[in-house]
Design a protein around this ligand. Structure first.
Ligand code: 9MR
Length: 444
């Protein structure tokens, strides 16, 4: 399957609501065009009670710790994806979406990165983003590209960290690298204490607005929502103002302590359902005993895996009301992101090629779809004439001749054969601007 086909298969999840629609968290959310997910710990995938609830109730998973920098790159340049892969495979085999968490964060860095600074750290960090996002390319619904980079308190500014000290543009550099590595994933900024309209959430709001204005690739904002017995009165208004910037909002790490827990869960769900671009909710663990908030019982299932009152109020809230997620491409998890869709260009030899672009100031990722005509083909060649100033820097799933001007692309060993009417894809990344070119395709 091509990368895009894999993405499309993953994205199709919410269209296939299970038979038990309305009786589980995931099915009820799916009926509203949304997902309901949980953080998962790989070492609990052998716990029968845990897995039974996970498989029954949730249609999205987030690795609680397994995709963090210390877990994925314990030594510089040596990557370890075993535990992250376990969670991804468990989820995808059951049709769940996968949230990636988190490419860059000031916490849970490996020791070698903690000891770095300046341009060496910047390169190591961007390489980390590229390598990890590439490893999971086509499998991740949304990535928390940068986590918790804003300071608490009244200033609304960035948190000091070794990453921040590499330059204020480290966040946009990370988002650009993530987009280039996995053009199909939604790219999120994720943070806590951003539940209401406050200095910190406003700082993030201003960053997102600036990114959107300058074409820095960002698709979503994660509002963690670690709450204590109450939710800010302007929670929904805060979600709405981010949505109004043209990004999705996801509730990414929900847990709620206190005696008012059941009501607050319902309130959070209602707020998300009321905003069309609030596309999913993730709770930060399954049973109270799985929570990082030890002894505070902030989750939906008790230590034995029984449903709590908060579970029932959450399910009821999911089953009532809400604004449908729009079906415009790119605005929800049921539809793939929105590359420009030029008409396919006919070639003389039994194939057509269509190019999709994700562009930002100074760079682009192109995905080229090759479609066989009325008969099967066994090899194909695509010609793309790039505008002046555009240059290919790297490519996948095809070999190329030329990096500027007229570029020629040929199939690699595994994707030359395409059945009649079927497609395969290749891609490349480049600097400059690539808008405009229409590829031509010849086949044999
Ligand atoms: O739940 C995670 C816990 O197991 C880890 O020990 C902790 C390490 O910092 O991170 C927890 O998850 C955090 C998440 O990655 C980011 N937002 C705050 C979460 C709770 O601390």
């Amino acid at each position: 399957m091509t990368v895009t086909a894999v993405v499309a298969a993953g994205m199709a999840l919410l269209a296939i609501a299970p038979a038990s629609a309305g009786t589980t968290l995931g099915a009820s959310a799916a009926e509203k065009g949304r997902y309901f997910g949980t953080a998962v710990a790989a070492n609990k995938l052998s716990d029968n009670t845990y897995v039974t609830i996970l498989n029954r109730e949730f249609n999205s998973v987030t690795a609680e710790n397994e995709m963090k920098w210390n877990a994925t790159e314990p030594q510089q340049g040596q990557f370890s994806h075993t535990n992250g892969d376990r969670i991804v495979n468990h989820g995808r085999q059951r049709g769940m979406l996968v949230r990636g968490h988190a490419l860059l964060w000031h916490q849970q860095q490996p020791g070698w990165a903690q000891n770095m600074s300046g341009s060496a750290l910047r390169s190591a960090a961007i390489n980390h983003v590229t390598q990890v996002a590439t490893h999971y390319r086509g499998k991740i619904h949304s990535w928390d590209v940068v986590n918790e980079a804003f300071a608490d308190g009244t200033g609304g500014g960035r948190r000091d960290s070794n990453l921040q000290r590499t330059g204020n543009d480290w966040i946009e550099a990370a988002f650009r690298a993530a987009r280039a590595a996995d053009p199909g994933a939604k790219l999120c900024y994720n943070d806590y204490n951003t539940d209401g309209i406050n200095a910190k959430s406003t700082g993030i709001y201003n960053m997102v607005r600036d990114f959107k204005a300058r074409g820095v690739p960002i698709d979503c904002v994660g509002i963690q929502s670690h709450l204590t017995n109450t939710v800010p009165g302007d929670y929904q208004a805060n979600i709405q103002r981010f949505a109004d910037l043209g990004v999705d909002v996801q509730i990414t790490e929900l847990d709620i302590t206190g005696s008012n827990q059941a009501n607050v869960y319902a309130s959070v769900v209602r707020s998300c359902l009321a905003v069309a671009r609030c596309t999913g909710i993730t709770v930060w663990g399954i049973r109270d005993s799985d929570s990082w908030r030890t002894g505070q019982n902030p989750l939906l299932f008790d230590n034995s895996g029984n449903k709590k009152a908060a579970y029932t109020s959450t399910l009821n809230a999911l089953n009532s009301g809400g604004t449908p997620v729009p079906t415009t491409p790119g605005t929800n998890p049921t539809t793939p992101p929105p590359p420009s869709t030029p008409p396919p260009t006919s070639g003389p030899g039994g194939c057509t090629a269509t190019m999709f672009l994700n562009s930002w100031t100074g760079g682009f990722v192109a995905t080229v779809r090759v479609t066989a005509g009325a008969s099967a083909i066994t090899s194909w060649r695509v010609t793309i004439t790039l505008p002046s100033g555009a240059a290919v820097t790297n490519a996948w799933s095809a070999t190329n001749t030329g990096t500027t001007g007229t570029t020629q692309w040929a199939n690699v060993s595994y994707n030359g054969t395409v059945a009649a009417g079927q497609t395969t894809e290749f891609g490349f990344q480049g600097t400059g601007t690539a808008t405009g070119p229409s590829p031509t395709c010849t086949a044999s």
